[in-house]
Design a protein around this ligand. Structure first.
Ligand code: SF4
Length: 506
């Protein structure tokens, strides 16, 4: 039976994708609990981080079973499939593809046999030394190669799984996952928040920069790790602490063991605070909702407007609009109503309906906005098509003026750490002034928050944040452009050994 694609779930304008996060991860170690169901609800709370595929792996202590498929968490799992996943350890994953196409083979958790059992792994983030890792997998000893071997999957994550499964010591003796991890993880570059497990142990690890979030929580009878604190809240786990940048955690019947595989050099993604994370999540001790309200306040101070009403682009612009209204003294109102249920239809809209564009998701409240000078607050502009359609719709609904205010600076640079913006050429802010962009949107005025204003609103020191998509300062060295890219490994597989060698050249 064909599955719905949930395509109406999040883009306001068909074909105009907003920034896409690269996955949500969840792990639980809890004897006596229904770990598959806990993981299902954990992933449900993290669904905004990836809607292309979902999967859960469960261990009963002697074997691991993986169930994964394309689609939303609610499409992939039902009572029967969850009922078949019995055990006391689970890892779960909701995927948006960054490196590797959106196909079943690339759905996660990835799975590998090891000499000691097996390994299942889920990854949030994106790696930047995929070509190098691919070379390392190819160089695994024959025994390791047969387990790691050439990957069926074409994503960066599968390479890490193969490396963890295929390590041997100096005498050629296969290493356990726990012994392999401190050797493999320091060689992995880029953004990675990992949850993985063998038959007995749940592991969590975070890259030395801690680019993507990962938190540790406690249940009465166990432990939970999740991409966001919202994933702990939904299963009733209490927040204990973040998994530290450069830290490896192992949890089994002997308790929790924490170790460091690299020195922490924190560079958390500032865009998590702007848009990606749920507002009810806390990252590095700072609540995301409060950061967004503060961005709105800061925006009002930096870019005031003579207006009658502040309205948000629902729902991502709402907290910043509240902050803008508070600081400016201009009343806040809901000028646009979002259909809460369109995201839950799995029927492809007909061409006639598609042409309605933004109206499929948003309906203007003519009675509220008619004759008013509006400030419309949104979190970011990628290509600008959504905001252009929005401005047009508000004018048609009777707005006297439309002033657009954006609670993040212009996005000018690509992200290599797990966020899929448009290509650089497609970014409206690349090569155009703010005034030109405002004209292109048809707005009476346009202003963005400053980079410093956005950073101040997070309450996190500037040096501890990645803000490369705004200022081009990447938090680590990047390889040559041809060694980066979503389809790097597909190119390698399709091109055969010659292409593979070319990709691996120093
Ligand atoms: S480049 Fe932007 S989106 Fe990517 S990690 Fe850095 S701040 Fe986040």
């Amino acid at each position: 039976m064909p599955r719905g694609d949930g395509r109406l779930s999040h883009d306001l304008l068909p074909g105009e994708k907003g920034p896409q996060d690269a996955c949500g991860v969840f792990g639980v170690w809890a004897p006596g609990e229904e770990v598959a169901k806990l993981t299902y609800f954990g992933l449900y709370a993290l669904q905004h981080r990836g809607q292309e595929s979902a999967g859960i792996a469960v261990s009963n202590g002697s074997q691991i079973l993986v169930f994964k498929d394309m689609g939303l968490v609610s499409q992939v799992f039902d009572e029967t499939s969850l009922g078949s996943l019995q055990g006391h350890i689970a890892v779960g994953h909701a995927r948006y593809s960054t490196t590797g196409a959106s196909v079943w083979e690339n759905a996660q958790p990835t799975f590998r046999a090891t000499p000691h059992g097996s390994l299942a792994l889920g990854h949030n983030g994106n790696l930047v030394n995929t070509a190098e890792l691919s070379g390392m997998v190819a160089a695994l000893p024959p025994d390791g190669a047969s387990r790691g071997g050439r990957a069926v999957a074409t994503n960066d994550t599968d390479l890490v799984t193969a490396l963890l499964a295929g390590q041997v010591d100096d005498d050629g003796k296969p290493l356990t996952v726990e012994d392999a991890a401190p050797l493999v993880l320091p060689r992995v570059k880029g953004a990675f928040s990992l949850v993985f497990m063998d038959e007995q142990t749940l592991y969590a690890a975070r890259d030395p920069q801690g680019i993507r979030p990962l938190v540790l929580g406690r249940l009465d009878r166990g432990w939970v790790v999740a991409s966001e604190t919202a994933g702990l809240d939904i299963v009733g786990a209490s927040f204990i602490r973040e998994v530290e940048p450069g830290e490896l955690i192992a949890i089994d019947e002997n308790g929790l063991r924490a170790s460091r595989f690299a020195e922490a050099k924190p560079k958390g993604c500032v865009f998590e605070y702007v848009y990606l994370a749920r507002p009810d999540t806390e990252i590095a001790g700072r609540n995301v909702y409060l950061s967004r309200v503060e961005m709105g306040r800061q925006l009002a101070a930096e870019a005031p407007a003579d207006a009658d009403l502040v309205i948000p682009t629902p729902e991502s612009g709402t907290p910043a609009a509240i902050g803008y209204a508070e600081a400016s003294g201009i009343p806040y109102g809901a000028g646009l109503v979002k259909n809460s249920y369109v995201g839950r239809t799995f029927i492809q809209p007909s061409q006639t309906i598609r042409q309605l564009g933004i109206r499929l998701k948003l309906n203007p409240l003519k009675e509220v906005i008619g004759g008013k000078r509006l400030v419309v607050v949104d979190d970011s502009i990628v290509r600008g098509n959504t905001q252009r359609a929005l401005v047009r719709m508000l004018r048609e609904a009777g707005a006297a003026e439309v002033h657009v205010r954006i609670s993040s600076p212009p996005i000018k640079w690509p992200c290599f750490f797990g966020i899929d913006f448009a290509t650089r050429a497609e970014l409206i802010a690349n090569g155009a002034s703010v005034e030109e962009i405002g004209q292109s949107l048809g707005a009476d005025s346009l202003a963005y928050i400053s980079t410093d204003g956005m950073i101040e609103a997070t309450g996190i020191p500037k040096n501890n944040l990645c803000r490369a998509c705004f200022d081009g300062e990447y938090p680590m060295e990047l390889p040559d452009p041809e060694l980066l890219g979503k389809h790097l490994l597909e190119t390698e597989v399709a091109g055969g050994p010659d292409a593979a060698d070319a990709l691996r050249r120093p």
